[in-house]
Structure formats: structure tokens, C-alpha cells
Design a protein around this ligand. Structure first.
Ligand code: AMP
Ligand code: GLY
Length: 428
């Protein structure tokens, strides 16, 4: 197939890497892969196109020029901008929800409305338009306070804190940034470990991928600010038996059914962010796309050809799709972030050691914020690389992934050293 992948992060590199590894019976690459805009790592496995991936017109024009057989939309921004609507209308099989569907991620208030209608277990919310309402919500719930910007905020719109002044300051900042009509969602605090479950849907049926755990805070021991994600692992040896089926039955299928009932069927990835609380399983958030960095570990373990799964979902044929197959190994990824990420990432520094890391058996490096300047690779974003390892168990895989991370040179960079550590010690 000719496949066009939109996006430029390590998630998209993981997707391209999986598609690129699919071979024909003769041992030649099964697909011609294109990416827009991509990054230098993706460019080693796909042809890059320097277009604005958030522009429906630009993407349709590129898809027509390529005669693409499948379009895979990685990030939320093009989804919210209606790129999937445009490519579908132009006749291209597209993996990724419509702009209406992407509102499950684009608006926390909309997601809560759908969850309520579908009877999905989640934290009780107050949707507030004034600071007085925010204060009333704080009085009702007490600490810890959970304050969420209603709109897209690249994983950084949420503050969870015991400090009421800090919580109020975040709410005030959200109102100021959004201006007239801005909304802030104040939520009940959910205790317990978090799980990310990606559910593939064609608008009617659903297929779960393997659960993963993400590390959202910048620093070890879950300290520091929220980030897009600093590392992940899969599978989760501690996850209760039956968790995935429970989430399908109580969360994913009811949500997909509710979206269809509203006349806005959701086809793509329903990313279910869960907390396993003392009171039961609760939804923390929905996203309308694969998670980053969880995709890096989930796809490393997926044996079923990704292209076939994406195409079946894009064509509304999931019901007939065979059972998914998985490699039994454990995958761990660690994100190498630039200096001062997530606040004010420093960019433009040379990156070394990727070939050395890739030379370690069962380790591979995925690019995110990288670019080539004067023939050398430099950092160009907050999350720069995802180092991924596959191994027999969490301890050995952690050792491997950190060997890979240690091979990388980037001035001022930082990474967490405790990814999957508690799980490796059986402490979750
Ligand atoms: P969100 O963007 O909604 O996923 O929030 C980002 C992160 O904030 C989540 O992954 C959680 O770690 C934390 N968080 C969000 N909502 C809650 C909640 N109701 N209770 C506790 N932590 C939360
Ligand atoms: N890893 C969290 C996200 O992709 O939103």
C-alpha cells in the first residue's frame, strides 16, 4: 500500500517503523510510506513532505498527488482541524476520527457530557466559567484539587495540587488564555495507578490494544510538572485480570455507541486514560489518537500487521478482523527531553550516540524533536527522542533501555530514571 502518515513525533516514528517492518512474502518492503511533515528519523523509513499537516486542503492535495491507499493521522491537531473529514470526503480511506469525534479530546466538557450520557464511570466534574464557581467546586471536593483547561493543551493543561492558591492561579490563567467563553473543568481527585488503553474503533465495533502505563510528571517519583509523557511500558504485570474486558464493556463500547447515536460516529483510536481507584475503575481522560509515548511500547509488541488493522478500521470492517497477536516480551521506553522541558525547552543542541544505541540488540531509538541543520542532527523540541527496548521481563528491559539512553549525548538533556521501576519491584 501507499500509506501517508501525518505528524512528526516519536509516536509517528513508531507507527512508521511498524509499517516499514512489514514485508512481502518475497522479503521486500510491503509498503511505500510517506510522512508529513515527519522528522529526520521518520525520513530514514519514509518519504517526507513539508506540508502543513493541519491544513485539510494541503493534506488532500498531497494524498491526491500520491494516490494514497491509506491515511493515518497521528496527532490531535489535524483531527480537530477536520483533516479526516476532508480526506474521507475526497475518497481516501482514513484512520482517525472526524472533527466532531475528536471533540472527545478537544473539549473536556464535551467528553464529560458523552461519558454522562453513556453512563461511563469517571470523576465527577464541575464545568466552570467563573472563579466563583471554581471556588465552590474546590469547597465541595476539598484537596487535592484537579484543574483542567477545557481545550487542547498538549498534556500541560492539567494541574493537580494540594495548594489551593496554585490551583486557583491555574484556573485564572486558563480563563485569561481562553478569553470570553473560556471554561475550566474542576474534578474530583482520583487515587490509584493509571493505565492507558488504546481502543481501535471503526465507528461501530472496537478492538483493544495492550494496556500500557505512562509517566506524566517530569521528574522521578512522579514529581514536577505534568508533561506530554516521559516514559512507558507494556504489558502491565499488575493489572487485574479482566480489566480490558471491563473497560470495553463499561467505557469503550458505550462511548462508541453514544457517539454513533449522536450521528457523529467515532472511527480511530479511542485513548482511554484510566485510574484504578479504591472505588473502582474510572476514566481520567479520553484522547482521540494514539498516546505518546505509550504507542512506542504498544506497537513494539504488536505482531499483527498494523497496516491491516488501520485499514480495516478505516473501511468499517473491524468486526471481521482476526484476533490481534502480540509478542510476549516486555517493552519499555524512556523519553530523552531537552533542557528545561516542559517549561521553556532549550533547542538547537547537537545529538550524538543514536547509532550506538541502535546497535544494542533489542534497542531502537525513535525521533521526536529533532532536525538536521548543516548536516548535523540537533534538538528542535521538548521531547527529543524515545529510546525503546524489548526484553524478557521488566528488570532486564529497564537495564537495556537505560543502556540505550546512556549512549545518547545531548547537552542539558534530562530523563526519568524510574520508568517501570515500581512495577519491576512488584510495588504497584
Ligand atoms: P488529563 O490531561 O486529563 O489526562 O490529565 C493529565 C494527568 O493529570 C493525568 O494523567 C493524571 O495523572 C492527572 N489527573 C487528571 N485528572 C485527574 C483526577 N481527576 N484525579 C487525579 N489525577 C488526575
Ligand atoms: N501520553 C499521554 C498522551 O499521549 O496524551
Amino acid at each position: 500500500m501507499k500509506i501517508l502518515v501525518l505528524g512528526s513525533g516519536a509516536r509517528e516514528h513508531a507507527i512508521v517503523h511498524s509499517l516499514h517492518s512489514e514485508m512481502t512474502a518475497q522479503g521486500t518492503p510491503a509498503h511505500e510510506i510517506h510522512a508529513a511533515p515527519g522528522n529526520p528519523g521518520i525520513g530514514e523509513e519514509a518519504t517526507l513532505h513539508a506540508i502543513d499537516a493541519n491544513s485539510p486542503d494541503a493534506v488532500v492535495a498531497l494524498a491526491q498527488e500520491l494516490a494514497a491507499d491509506l491515511i493515518m493521522i497521528g496527532p490531535e491537531a489535524p483531527l480537530v482541524a477536520g483533516v479526516a473529514d476532508a480526506t474521507r470526503a475526497a475518497g481516501f480511506p482514513t484512520f482517525g476520527p472526524s472533527a466532531q469525534g475528536a471533540r472527545l479530546e478537544g473539549s473536556k466538557a464535551f467528553a464529560k457530557d458523552v461519558m454522562e450520557a453513556a453512563n461511563v464511570p469517571t470523576a465527577k466534574p464541575y464545568v466552570c466559567t467563573t472563579l466563583d464557581q471554581v471556588n465552590e467546586a474546590f469547597d465541595d471536593f476539598g484537596a487535592p484539587y484537579v484543574v483542567k483547561d477545557d481545550g487542547l493543551a498538549a498534556g500541560k493543561g492539567v494541574v493537580v495540587t494540594n495548594d489551593r492558591d496554585e490551583a486557583l492561579a491555574h484556573a485564572r490563567e486558563c480563563f485569561e488564555n481562553r478569553g470570553e467563553g473560556g471554561q475550566v473543568v474542576i474534578e474530583e481527585y482520583l487515587d490509584g495507578p493509571e493505565v492507558s488503553l488504546f481502543v481501535v474503533s471503526d465507528g461501530k465495533d472496537v478492538r483493544p490494544l495492550a494496556p500500557a502505563q505512562d509517566f506524566k510528571r517530569a521528574l522521578n517519583n512522579d514529581e514536577g510538572p505534568n508533561t506530554g509523557g516521559m516514559g512507558a511500558y507494556s504489558p502491565l504485570p499488575w493489572a487485574p485480570e479482566g480489566l480490558v474486558q471491563e473497560v470495553i464493556d463499561t467505557v469503550a463500547q458505550p462511548t462508541i455507541d453514544e457517539m454513533a447515536r449522536r450521528g457523529t460516529p467515532f472511527a480511530g483510536i479511542l485513548y482511554v486514560g484510566l485510574a484504578l481507584t479504591s472505588k473502582g475503575t474510572r476514566v481520567v481522560e479520553f484522547n482521540a489518537r494514539f498516546g505518546d509515548p505509550e504507542t512506542q511500547v504498544v506497537l513494539a509488541r504488536l505482531k499483527t500487521p498494523l497496516s491491516a488493522l488501520l485499514l480495516a478500521a478505516a473501511n468499517g470492517e473491524l468486526a471481521q478482523f482476526p484476533e490481534l497477536e502480540w509478542h510476549p516480551q516486555t517493552a519499555v521506553t524512556v523519553v530523552v527531553a531537552s533542557e528545561k522541558y516542559p517549561d521553556t525547552p532549550v533547542t538547537g543542541d547537537p545529538i550524538t550516540g543514536i547509532a550506538d544505541a541502535n546497535a544494542i540488540p533489542n534497542v531502537h531509538v525513535l525521533h521526536a524533536g529533532t532536525k538536521i541543520i548543516d548536516d548535523s542532527l540537533v534538538s528542535s523540541g521538548g521531547r527529543v527522542l524515545s529510546v525503546v527496548a524489548l526484553g524478557d521481563d521488566l528488570s532486564t528491559t529497564r537495564d537495556l533501555v537505560y543502556q540505550g539512553v546512556d549512549a545518547i549525548g545531548l547537552r542539558g538533556s534530562h530523563h526519568r530514571t524510574d520508568i517501570a521501576l515500581k512495577a519491576a519491584h512488584g510495588e504497584i
